[in-house]
Design a protein around this ligand. Structure first.
Ligand code: HXC
Length: 519
């Protein structure tokens, strides 16, 4: 064979690998509104930056006649490239090859890019579109999954791991994405479940559709498994690019800083009027966020899940900041199990990857009732407290309005090592709200008043007295629990100056094998 023949063979083999399971199956993939693995990677990465690895890998299975059929690449496209010029490692399962099912060799390919990503300290993005374990391979496929899981676990907190679900992801296969930092799902074309509708029907008798059991809507709003939901794959891939722009390459680096064109001393007069004078009226905390962050840009994480707390990334003076904010517009911003869990995981991500934390507080307390107690609100609330309390990144807290009881302590208070704790003049920092407090401390006297009008007037008068003492930020400020009471319109500047000051913050936790967060 001449040199040229050898080169031609290489070109042919490359072209064959690109076709995955063949044109027919690619057509089917397109008909379903799905892209191929190569197309997805091309769209995700900077133009021309993709370096594919292991395209000549084929399976080693000799069961069920599989030895007669081999596809180059064996159902997954792997390699590295760049996003905004920064290196990322990627793998994309190729549904056109045996439904993207996971073989021993597919697992080896995925493990190789995960190991490389750990070696060079770069994020890993996995695009999932698979029918699960390759049935013909049996236990080698199971072992392959476990090899991936272990790498997910060891990489956690070292490099960012992002999962896109662009097709089926079922059975034990769900656990690799679940071990990563963020999951993105596409509407109508993706689903995740431990057991599918058929098994559910056999075991429990419940009849349910794929979409209702594990579609993007369900996981983005009910279970919280998905952090992001995209209308289509293109939107999902662009969102992943955006998400990465807020993150460092690994836990030893700082997040990238961008030039800030939004004046840091920008005053927002509307903030002085934004919170209603009646403390029982709601407002949208996202309006506050939009007005104080650089260019009003906020990438919300878990937008549709536990809406009573808002989490997401923004920039302040060009630096990445993670925001955790109670949302008075939804369930009055109360902390419940889902909100606590959502916020705790976000705080821990930020802390693991050196992203400073801004906490905006307007919380009436924890949601009372047997439903929450039975669901373990004690543990869930403790999770959030633990996350804030162990975090060593710069932490700035602004109390916008209510900050009551245990929820006050949980929401990044001074004693949980809040670095700068500010409050607006209409903040109310107290053990509990006026009415509840008066009913307890004046209960005997109230019960003794027979005339209903007199009773109401007494309660009203005592509540006012209580409010005068506690419904303000000055008692907390008098103890130094609040570092300063600030004018709302000046909030952006005060936060930025605090974070600038904290750039040299050094804080470490006591040496230990690991903590025992109340999971
Ligand atoms: C081998 C598979 C496969 C699998 C699909 N294929 N899943 N091959 N192992 N797990 C093949 C099909 O034979 C078919 O091959 C091609 O992929 C496309 O599949 P279709 O069924 O035609 O596609 P579609 O109608 O879109 O249905 C997709 C699907 C279905 C819903 C995912 O294929 C399906 O139910 N697959 C099985 C899912 C499953 O039970 N997996 C094992 C779970 S146990 P041809 O040659 O016709 O193109 C598991 C344990 C993991 O995963 C544990 C980890 C700890």
């Amino acid at each position: 064979m001449s040199n040229q023949d050898k080169i031609n063979k290489l070109i042919d083999l490359r072209a064959e690998a690109k076709l995955g399971g063949g044109l027919k199956r690619i057509e089917k993939q397109h008909e379903q509104g799905k892209m191929t693995a190569h197309e997805r990677i091309e769209m995700l990465l900077d133009d021309g930056s993709f370096e594919e690895l292991d395209m000549f890998v084929t399976h080693r299975c000799h069961n069920f006649g599989l030895e007669k059929k081999k596809f180059m690449g064996d159902g997954v496209v792997t390699g590295y490239g760049t996003i905004d010029g920064r290196v990322v490692y990627v793998f994309a399962q190729d549904f056109t090859v045996w439904g993207g099912s996971l073989s021993e060799t597919m697992a080896l390919k995925i493990c190789k890019v995960m190991d490389m990503a750990m070696k060079v300290g770069a994020p890993v993005i996995g695009i999932n579109d698979s029918g699960g374990a390759r049935i013909q391979e049996g236990v080698t496929s199971l072992a392959g999954y476990a090899e991936i899981f272990e790498r997910n676990i060891l990489a956690s907190g070292v490099i960012p791991q992002i999962s896109a679900i662009f097709g089926p992801c079922a059975g034990g296969a769900v656990y690799s994405p679940a071990l990563t930092d963020f999951i993105m799902m596409t509407e109508n074309t993706s689903y995740m479940f431990v057991t599918g509708p058929k098994v559910v029907k056999t075991v429990t008798g419940e009849v349910i559709s794929i979409e209702d059991l594990g579609g993007a809507d369900v996981h983005a709003s009910k279970s919280g498994v998905a952090h992001f939901k995209a209308e289509n794959e293109e939107e999902g891939l662009m969102l992943i690019r955006k998400l990465l722009s807020y993150l460092p390459q690994n836990n030893l680096e700082e997040p990238p800083a961008v030039e800030c064109h939004d004046p840091i001393e920008r005053m927002e007069d509307s903030l002085n009027e934004l919170v209603p004078e009646n403390p029982n009226l709601p407002y949208d905390i996202k309006d506050v966020i939009d007005l104080i962050v650089d260019d009003g840009e906020f990438l919300e994480v878990h937008r549709n899940y536990a809406k009573n707390i808002v989490t997401g990334f923004c920039r302040m003076d060009g630096l990445s900041v993670g925001v955790i904010a109670n949302q008075p517009n939804y369930l009055a911003g109360v902390l419940d199990c889902a909100a606590s869990k959502k916020a705790a995981r976000f705080v821990r991500f930020c802390d693991a990857f050196n992203i400073p934390i801004l906490t905006l507080v307007d919380v009436p307390g924890f949601l009372p009732g047997s439903g929450q107690e039975y669901a373990g609100i004690i543990n869930e609330g403790a999770k959030l407290m633990f996350a804030f309390g162990e975090a060593t990144v710069p932490k700035v807290t602004v109390t916008i309005r209510k900050s009551y009881g245990g929820a006050h302590d949980v929401m990044s208070c001074k004693q949980l090592r809040g670095d700068f704790n500010y409050a607006w003049p209409n903040a109310q920092i107290a053990v509990m709200g006026a009415k509840g407090a008066i009913e307890i401390i004046e209960g005997r006297k109230i019960a003794a008043i027979e005339n209903e009008e007199e009773k109401a007037a007494y309660v009203e008068q005592k509540s006012k007295e209580y409010e005068e003492v506690f419904a303000n930020p000055y008692q907390a400020a008098a103890y130094g629990y609040i570092d300063d009471v600030i004018e709302p319109r000046n909030t952006r500047f005060r936060i930025i100056r605090a974070f600038q000051n904290l750039q040299t913050k050094r804080l470490t936790n006591p040496m230990k094998k690991h903590s025992n967060i109340p999971l």
